[in-house]
Ligand binder design. Structure first.
Ligand code: AMP
Length: 468
């Protein structure tokens, strides 16, 4: 496996029993767009029995770029799964776009995966030695081959056997010719939720999604999480649930709460918005400061800045305005403009900042380059002091479970002391949330969460990935 594929960030969706399955999946993916912007795909199932057949469509780009009315019309059937994927340059190939589809001995199968399987390259190597041919570089394809090898067995048996061999993060949604299936890894790294939706005609459907915000958009009711280690499926006989025969330490990703999930989702049973406000409140208690105004780095720093302001009694204001229409790439002017890259997204307002001692709150500090540019702009806008508050502990270690963090050498907290980082970003002071404060805010502990990006305590073996 290309080890670059551990950078996958994704969103998954599934729906059973609605004639508008493809359109509802499209909307679900729209709500999950923040989890991946490089490719999107939908697979539908028409006829849920031996003769059931799949139709799929996937493409590179945002959900609304990939799908049109005409394309959605071709995606017939009342069952569907969908996927949005973010990948770094180089691995952004259409062959890696999901859902992945294959025809196995007994069934067509489509897979949508969020997370990263840390032993995928080991399993892949073994399969290649046994003669398997791979199309893409992502770890989900390994699972397809594992299922194909067990084609003589019943699908659910083959699936259980295969997923029990995987290590790392996998929230998976499968579609066969007669089942919609959800699997969450035994450590529960990534979220996966189950809901119900009643259509206008009174028909109930079963829905699955990475985050509850997808249910809100389509008017579905949150029922429960797919539990860590659970294999859940729905077919014409009803809903079923079994457990994998694997027991491992719980390792829900705390970074879902820090940055990755949408604030309007309930993740791991907690409102992301409330948790982010707690990060700000606790941070304000931990690092008091004399200042005139608290401003967020929009959008990710907003809830924490509100919490900081509430707790510190320093007024909140929007000192930086964000342009919401900027994509990942833009054409730069030929003659350089200072801080162009940040300015196109974020514009500080002198009306709020001039003559003020400013507290700036952001969700995390990774390379430090964004903060450095933002602080420059805030000073140019007339601030007299800039105090940087980070609503998470220092990011010291890469994620191997599906969040795109730069490699270790690029993480500023690995290379410099807090005082040096403060000088580098040009702030008057710099404070991070403590690890204790992180757990206090999320109302959990290290027994429940993976915080390896902040404390280097990886909850699985890394199979050589850490050498990167
Ligand atoms: P920097 O310190 O310049 O690397 O950037 C920090 C900013 O990146 C913060 O404002 C975060 O909101 C954002 N950020 C943190 N983690 C990620 C991630 N995995 N993907 C995209 N942006 C991120």
């Amino acid at each position: 496996m290309s080890k670059s594929s551990w950078k996958d960030e994704c969103g998954v969706f599934g729906i059973w029993n609605d004639p508008e399955a493809s359109r509802l999946t499209y909307l679900g993916l729209y709500a999950l767009q923040h989890r991946g912007q490089e490719s999107a795909g939908i697979v539908t199932l028409e006829g849920r029995r031996e003769t059931g057949s799949h139709t799929h469509y996937k493409g590179l780009g945002l959900v609304h770029d990939v799908f049109s009315e005409e394309v959605l019309d071709t995606l017939k059937g009342d069952v569907a799964i969908g996927h949005v994927r973010y990948s770094t340059t180089g691995s952004n190939l259409l062959t890696n776009a999901q859902p992945l589809t294959a025809r196995l001995r007994r069934s067509q199968v489509a897979i949508a995966h969020n997370g990263n399987i840390v032993n995928a390259h080991v399993l892949r190597e073994k399969l290649i030695q046994e003669g398997a041919i791979f199309q893409g570089t992502n770890d989900t394809e390994v699972l397809l081959h594992m299922l194909a090898r067990r084609g003589h067995k019943k699908f659910m048996e083959a699936l259980q056997e295969s997923v029990e061999l995987l290590e790392g993060a996998f929230s998976l949604v499968f579609l066969t010719h007669k089942k919609l299936i959800a699997v969450r890894d035994p450590q529960g790294f990534r979220p996966l939720v189950l809901g119900k939706r009643k259509s206008e005609s009174g028909q109930w459907s079963t829905v699955l999604a990475s985050e509850t915000c997808a249910f809100d958009l389509i008017g579905a009711k949150f029922i429960r999480e797919i539990e860590p280690g659970e294999i859940f499926w729905v077919d014409d006989e009803g809903e079923h649930s079994i457990r994998m025969n694997v027991s491992k330490k719980s390792a829900k990703c705390v970074f879902e709460h820090v940055y990755f999930s949408r604030p309007d989702s309930v993740v791991f049973g907690r409102s992301v918005y409330n948790v982010r406000k707690n990060f700000g409140r606790v941070l304000a208690r931990e690092s008091q400061v004399d200042a005139d105004v608290v401003i967020p780095v929009p959008d990710s720093g907003v809830p924490a800045a509100l919490g900081f302001s509430e707790e510190s009694k320093i007024p909140f204001d929007m000192g930086i305005i964000r342009n919401h229409y900027v994509g990942r790439t833009f054409i730069e002017p030929k003659q350089s403009i200072r801080s162009f890259g940040v300015k196109i997204k974020l514009n500080p307002q002198s009306e709020v900042l001039r003559g003020k001692r400013v507290v700036v709150v952001d969700d995390s500090l990774v390379r430090g380059t964004t903060s450095k540019k933002i602080i420059q702009l805030i000073r140019q806008a007339g601030a007299t002091e800039v105090h940087m508050k980070i609503a998470a502990p220092p990011t010291v270690s890469p994620c191997f479970y599906g969040v795109d963090t730069p490699k270790k050498s690029e993480l500023i907290a690995n290379a410099m002391t807090k005082a040096d980082i403060c000088e580098f970003i040009g702030a008057n002071s710099l404070e991070y949330l403590s690890e204790k404060g992180l757990y206090e805010s999320v109302q959990g502990s290290e027994d429940e969460f993976c915080a390896a990006c902040f404390n280097k305590n990886y909850p699985t073996e890394l199979y050589g990935l850490a050498k990167d």
